[in-house]
Design a protein. Structure first.
Length: 223
């Protein structure tokens, strides 16, 4: 193991990386559409993992022709929150990883601030980040644009070249690379699928891991 880390800041996606939320999120999305008489083909919502809500809705409309009424957009979080309150868990091993992490760390997520805060609190890891939590609602363009990652690095006072982003989605990896950062793919969540790792490397992930112990060997060194 190297004695000096090449990274000064570790940027974590939230959904599917810190918390194992993606299957629950997809279920909530499908339920809202079903409540309005629109049954989505299996796997449709999962294609938008890593994107912000408005972009997922646009993707679904383009793919299926289903368009929710404007007032329905406010139903996603209440539906999701019910499922999160019942079943949301941290990804396996993340708490010990964060406890040992010597570098600065922050969250950069496509989700809304309220949802991020609830997720981190529910899973008992919010204290590892404090106020260093950034949402796509804070920037003009969401992932795969680099805006959120650059915003986070600026807020944390770290050169993008000294940042590593841990992402579970191809969109997130693409955004991290566009920001001039190192990207590690994570495939330890409950939504991992055949070919997931290959999609992440195809977007530029430098390495892909399914266990936090393996990621630790790369970045848990003297900062």
């Amino acid at each position: 193991m190297s004695s000096v880390s090449p990274f000064d800041l570790v940027i974590f996606d939230c959904d599917g990386v810190l918390v194992d939320s993606e299957p629950l999120s997809c279920l909530a999305f499908e339920q809202v559409y079903a409540n309005h008489g629109m049954k989505l083909p299996e796997g449709t919502v999962a294609k938008g993992i890593g994107m912000k809500q408005a972009d997922i809705m646009k993707m679904i409309e383009d793919m299926t022709g289903h368009r929710l009424p404007e007032e329905a957009t406010s139903q996603f979080w209440p539906e999701t929150k019910i499922l999160f309150a019942e079943a949301l868990q941290p990804t396996v091993g993340i708490a010990s990883f964060l406890r040992e992490l010597p570098q600065k760390r922050c969250v950069a997520s496509s989700s809304q601030p309220e949802r991020i805060a609830f997720s981190l609190e529910k899973t008992g890891i919010s204290h590892y980040f404090g106020d260093a939590v950034y949402s796509s609602s804070m920037v003009k363009r969401g992932k795969p644009a680099p805006d959120l990652f650059l915003f986070a690095a600026d807020k944390m006072g770290v050169d993008p070249a000294r940042c590593v982003v841990i992402e579970d989605s191809p969109f997130g990896v693409e955004g991290a690379i566009a920001a001039g950062m190192t990207a590690f793919g994570y495939t330890g969540g409950g939504h991992t699928y055949a070919g997931h790792a290959e999609k992440l490397t195809g977007k530029g992930a430098h390495q892909v891991f399914s266990h936090w112990d393996d990621i630790a060997r790369e970045i848990l060194v003297a900062a």
